[in-house]
Write a protein that binds this ligand. Structure first.
Ligand code: TYD
Length: 139
């Protein structure tokens, strides 16, 4: 099945309210569409920097603005969509086969990623022209 930006949804996560600070916990399939194999986070991003710039063959991810804000531009080869993340209890689910650029980082932003697999460079598509051909082949 062809990847589509329409299958990448913002998921509202449960927030445990407390006047002394809130908590959000994510276990895996009870909140998101995949089991979590890896957690990583991106931080100390200099102003104006662009991250991402790739797609994955198989990896599923949930991207959360644990602190601050940034925009995620998702692209299925036909259509692009920009999603602003700025609340720690909302995450963007990204399916396989979606190109993403991460832009407009606020100062102090922390981009938290929950991923369905361990790090594997062979799962990356880092060439945009190759990605466009790849997404056409799956039409
Ligand atoms: P990359 O996923 O391209 O970063 P971003 O999408 O945030 O721009 O990864 C950048 C580098 O970090 C790359 O050389 C691989 C390495 N890396 C790991 O070693 N393990 C990981 O889990 C991740 C996500 C990246």
């Amino acid at each position: 099945m062809r990847a589509s930006v329409y299958n990448c949804n913002v998921i509202e996560l449960k927030k445990i309210h407390n006047r002394a600070g809130n908590i959000t916990s994510i276990h895996g399939l009870s909140e998101i569409p995949f089991d979590i194999q890896r957690v990583y986070y991106l931080y100390d991003v200099p102003g104006g920097e662009i991250r991402g710039g790739h797609a994955h063959y198989g990896l599923q991810q949930l991207i959360v603005a644990a602190s601050g804000s940034f925009d995620v531009v998702i692209d299925d080869g036909h259509m692009k969509k920009t999603i602003t993340l700025n609340r720690p209890n909302f995450g963007l689910y990204i399916t396989p086969g979606i190109w993403r650029d991460l832009v407009n980082f606020s100062s102090g932003a922390v981009l938290l990623v929950l991923a369905s697999n361990k790090y594997d460079e062979k799962d990356y598509i880092r060439d945009y022209d190759y990605f466009l051909n790849f997404s056409k082949r799956n039409d």
